[in-house]
Design a protein around this ligand. Structure first.
Ligand code: PLP
Length: 431
């Protein structure tokens, strides 16, 4: 496309805004944080995506996590085609769902039973209801900067102090709902002790992204996760690891495998659907026994366990069980992080990068942040400029300084090298 032609991305964005609020079906896609016109994609293959102008980008979003095998893996596509021919949805049980449940329980030792749903939001919302039903308590605890989908009680930020009630961060969430949610600082062990000491007997559950990926990439300390486990056990609260993003992304057993911690419940999504809508929640059998039809906690879904989504998810899980998969994913992600750090050093940029498994974070700050406050103190203006320079250079990063990035096994050495050239150019462009 020459400079004078109108971009089809702009044409489509203009058109989309007439019938879709903000022109997008999920807010971060609108580029509000970085400015400019969102790219509308036509197709994707391996590590690449193509926009409406047929411009190719190296993709480090991977559909926000699911595309760990690269886009349009031939075996996954074949499984989806075969399943579709057999019928799109039955609203009745299938053998495929059993195999999916058996596979998840085999891969995650903490999972004794599991229920399939259609999104990560449904998984966390259902897990919270289940924890409340199981314990007979109302209070839930979450951490600032962690995102668990858009259920009412999870769209809550802390009030002014640790022990104050939460305030809704979205219009439309009644304060009566928000008041049951307590929000603490990530990695802050003192706050945890204080809260459990003051009101441990009223806490139904703690939900945490055990490696946070929704405030950029933030690692937990071992002490933080160990304290969470110990306090929940001591006070009879349910520990929920929200591994919607990290599940099968940071390692074959998610964060729970990497850190050696057993949660009571785990929520999953993204990778387990292989790019199709799918989520799951599961864990201790005695807790899962409270779910309808066995128990009094209601939970249901017309498309739950959808046969096409199950086919995509199962094929994906089988492929990532292959020997050496995670070593390769981790190695390629580390190479990317090295490329970022080397180029930042060469350009004298205040910058650092980090990764765990197939997830990475880039930060315009001197050291890797450990909390939401530290991420917020990084130079977001520089990130925005860098984002656009990278986009011009053909690399698609997440359009926000608060998002993590994702690598697939199709990001081979040539792709990482091409990315390094783009990083070099982009740092030079924003000088
Ligand atoms: N939990 C976490 C950790 C997530 O990252 C997300 C989405 O990004 C969700 C839950 C919600 O999942 P979904 O967007 O599939 O509803």
């Amino acid at each position: 496309m020459s400079g004078k032609e109108v971009s089809q991305n702009e044409v489509l964005f203009e058109r989309a805004q007439r019938t879709i609020p903000g022109g997008v079906n999920s807010p971060v896609r609108a580029f509000r944080s970085v400015g400019g016109t969102p790219r509308f994609f036509k197709r994707a293959n391996g590590p690449h995506v193509w926009d409406a102008d047929d411009k190719r980008y190296i993709d480090y979003i991977g559909s926000w996590g699911p595309a760990v095998l690269g886009h349009a893996h031939p075996e996954v596509i074949k499984a989806v085609q075969d399943a579709a021919v057999g019928g799109l949805s039955f609203g009745a049980p299938t053998e495929g769902e059993i195999v999916m449940a058996e596979t998840l329980c085999e891969m995650l030792p903490s999972m004794e039973q599991v229920r399939l749903v259609s999104s990560g939001t449904e998984a966390t919302m259902s897990a919270i209801r289940l924890a409340r039903g199981f314990t007979g308590r109302d209070t839930i605890v979450k951490f600032e900067g962690c995102y668990h989908g858009h259920a009412d009680s999870l769209l809550v930020k802390a009030g002014s102090g640790l022990l104050t009630f939460g305030n809704p961060t979205s219009a439309g969430v009644p304060e009566d709902f928000a008041k049951h949610t307590r929000v603490l600082d990530y990695n802050n062990v003192e706050q945890l002790h204080e809260l459990f000491k003051a009101s441990g007997s009223s806490i139904a559950c703690v939900i945490v992204e055990p490696v946070a990926g929704n405030m950029n990439l933030i690692r937990p300390t071992h002490e933080f996760l160990n304290t969470l486990r110990a306090l929940c056990t001591q006070h009879g609260a349910v520990l929920i690891f929200d591994e919607v993003m990290t599940g099968f992304r940071v390692g074959p057993q998610g964060v729970q495998g990497v850190y050696g911690i057993t949660p009571d419940l785990t929520t999953l999504g993204k990778i387990i659907g292989g790019g199709m809508p799918m989520g799951a929640f599961g864990g201790r059998k005695d807790i899962m026994a409270c779910i309808a039809p066995l128990g009094p906690v209601y939970q249901a879904g017309t498309l739950s366990g959808n046969p096409v989504a199950v086919a995509a998810g199962l094929t994906t899980l089988c492929l990532l069980k292959q020997e050496g998969f995670y070593e390769r994913l981790e190695t390629q992600t580390r190479k990317l992080v090295e490329a970022f750090n080397q180029m930042a050093y060469a350009h004298g940029e205040t910058f650092c990068a980090d990764s765990i498994g197939g997830m990475f974070g880039i930060y315009f700050s001197e050291k890797v942040p450990t909390s939401f406050a530290e991420v917020s103190a990084s130079n977001r203006d520089r990130f925005n400029k860098f984002f656009h320079a990278m986009l011009d250079a053909g690399v698609y990063l997440a359009p926000s300084a608060y998002e993590a990035g994702f690598v697939s096994v199709t990001h081979d050495d040539a792709v990482i090298e091409a990315t390094k050239v783009a990083i070099d150019r982009s740092f030079a462009a924003i000088k």
